[in-house]
Design a binder for this molecule. Sequence first.
Ligand code: PLP
Length: 384
Amino acid sequence: MKATARYLKTPGIISLGGGLPSSEYFPIEKLTVKVPTVPHFSEAETRDNGKTLEVGKHDVAEGKGAYDLEIALNYGQGIGSAQMLRFVTEHVEIIHRPRYQDWQCTLTVGNTSALDIALRMFTRPGQFILMDEYTFSSAIQTARPMGVEVVGVNMDAEGLIPEHLDDILSNWDEQARDGAEKPFLLYAVPCGQNPTGATQGLERRKRIYAVAQKHDLYILEDDPYYFLQMQPYQATDHSPPLPSTHEEFLAALIPSFLSLDTDGRVMRMDSFSKVIAPGMRTGFITASEQIVERVVRHQEMSVQNPSGLSQLTLYKLLDEHWGHGGFLDWLVYLRGEYTRRRDVMLRACETHLPKDAVRWHPPAAGMFVCPIVSLLGRVSFHSL
Ligand SMILES: Cc1ncc(COP(=O)(O)O)c(C=O)c1O
């Protein structure tokens, strides 16, 4: 039935097949949102001079736009609306430039749901999945109820250590692990890792990818902090000026695992949570088309489709109002804001924390600073 949905757009077809309400009974006629205009992104500028975007119920039929409330408020496709799917696919092409041909995107309801779906797809009870030794607690909490156990890989200031990953896999002993097979899934948070704040540099990523190829691992790249990569930290001075062109900005971003992937062994999860708003509950996956097709089938049977109102709002803002260029300008603005906030926090740490008891690595991305506390000669991690 889901597969027949595309025929419903054929002129003259009246579907009596599914339980789709008529838009006559959607009690919302118009939606307006006030948003920033490039490059006046601050809250104050938006309040005073922001642009009010408007979308009506029948804008498409009336020739006023490509997406409207009639579409957004009805059931949608598990893969997301055609309008937002096009936008995120173009965005992935601009940012990550995947190196193989049959990659595809699907909208999701955020990375938490995307990971849940991935684990349902890829794992069986009794299996092990590889993760950083300190990792996003929700990832562990998603795996455990499925009967999936976690193997922690040692980390340093740049996150997961590839040699230890190789060591775990090369010496995997099924008997010692109650018969569990060697793991084939690696869950990675390469930028501003939660909770350590570690960001893997390009060389580190290449070495991890090489280990993944050696042991035929599939990588689940959970990367909500990708665009919270900041300017290099300088303790004594201000951080260097922000990139002044889109090209400079793109060149300053560390290539993702998706960008390095030549084998189709990466499923990348992006989220609008940290760059637009978590309440949108919208993100997107990029992977080979066989994997994306399976994800979409899972979405159809769980979340159905990402919220139409969220997709419509994102479309009006990102596609119609800002466009890709304006979105990049917004991301550069966020880079500056998070750099400023990190610098304030680290200067406060430098001023107020006892350096003989605590050390920390200036984070290169994300929202976390992780002090390394040494007590009685022992070193342990604590996240702020
Ligand atoms: C590593 C990581 N993944 C996923 C999420 C949640 O993402 P989303 O809001 O898209 O579900 C977070 C948020 O804290 C996170 O730190």
